[in-house]
Design a protein around this ligand. Structure first.
Ligand code: A2P
Length: 266
């Protein structure tokens, strides 16, 4: 598709935004940014449908918005799914290209879906870190919680880099670093390579190593809140551990002690 043809092909009721930045982390992961429509509003942690023309038809997949609600541009963190119909094309995008976005954001990984607490855990695996990339840059997160713990588990060390880049970006931002202070703790582990921190997050919760490493008491429903984003199996196992600790699942219309969302693969 020639770039000048895109305007003619934009489906009705959809934004067509311009890619401004692309960064490839590994042969499985990349991030990109695109322009944000003036009228587009969302809550930090929500997702939206992103698409491209594939074989002459618009094809969409759900993507968590990785940038915070106040940001000028929209950021996304994507897998390159082997034979994935959308990501096979999406991984080729370059600055200047157009990407489609449906107009309505949604999702349960939002601060409004949690009851007040002191410590907020964000449990993620793989690209499940994306909604938390948004929420750790959201000032309201630090108004509502005294301590924020972002856990990220991947198969390999190279896949953790996006998380470390995010934390560096916060440290290097004058305004954000002031807001975040020392409230944010980043706990990164891998499962299939040598690294000082190893293991599935569920195992590290089960054997208490997570809490020992962080110097915090085990989960307490009176003060701890949780958000979970990863594969279906990871959600199920992490949810079970939170429920065993006495936390109950919430939703937008019924805030409670933890919320979950599937990390979308496409
Ligand atoms: P593992 O290497 O032991 O499978 P994936 O890329 O398959 O989504 O995996 C991302 C990370 O999530 C990997 O480190 C993987 O560990 C871990 N993981 C997979 N399944 C679960 C689960 N049920 N609970 C916790 N972590 C999991």
């Amino acid at each position: 598709v020639l770039k000048q043809d895109v305007a003619a092909e934009v489906p009705a009721g959809v934004f067509a935004e311009t890619v401004t930045f692309v960064q490839h982390y590994t042969d499985r992961l990349f991030r990109f940014r695109m322009t944000r429509p003036e009228s587009f509003r969302f809550r930090s942690g929500e997702f939206v449908m992103i698409g491209l023309m594939v074989d002459g038809k618009p094809l969409y997949r759900a993507y968590s918005i990785a940038s915070p609600a106040w940001a000028e541009e929209l950021e996304f963190f994507s897998i390159k799914a082997p034979n994935g119909p959308l990501t096979t094309e999406l991984q080729k995008i370059q600055p200047g290209d157009k990407v489609f976005m449906r107009k309505k954001p949604t999702g349960t990984l939002v601060l409004d879906a949690l009851t007040p607490g002191k410590r907020l855990y964000m449990f993620s695996t793989g690209t499940g870190i994306a909604p938390f990339a948004s929420l750790i840059r959201e000032p309201e997160t630090y108004e509502k919680f005294e301590e924020v713990i972002l856990t990220h588990t991947c198969r390999e060390v190279a896949e953790l880099k996006y998380g470390f880049d995010l934390v560096d970006e916060i440290k290097n931002d004058e305004i954000l670093s002031e807001i975040v202070g020392d409230k944010l703790k980043h706990y990164a582990t891998v499962t299939r390579e040598d690294y000082p921190f190893q293991g599935r997050i569920t195992d590290l919760m089960g054997n208490g190593k997570l809490y020992a490493d962080l110097g915090v008491p085990p989960l307490d429903p009176a003060i701890d809140r949780g958000m979970i984003c990863g594969s279906a199996a990871m959600l199920k196992d992490t949810k079970e551990l939170l429920e065993r600790a006495g936390l109950t699942e919430g939703a937008n219309n019924k805030p409670a002690e933890f919320v979950i969302e599937r990390a979308f693969v496409g």
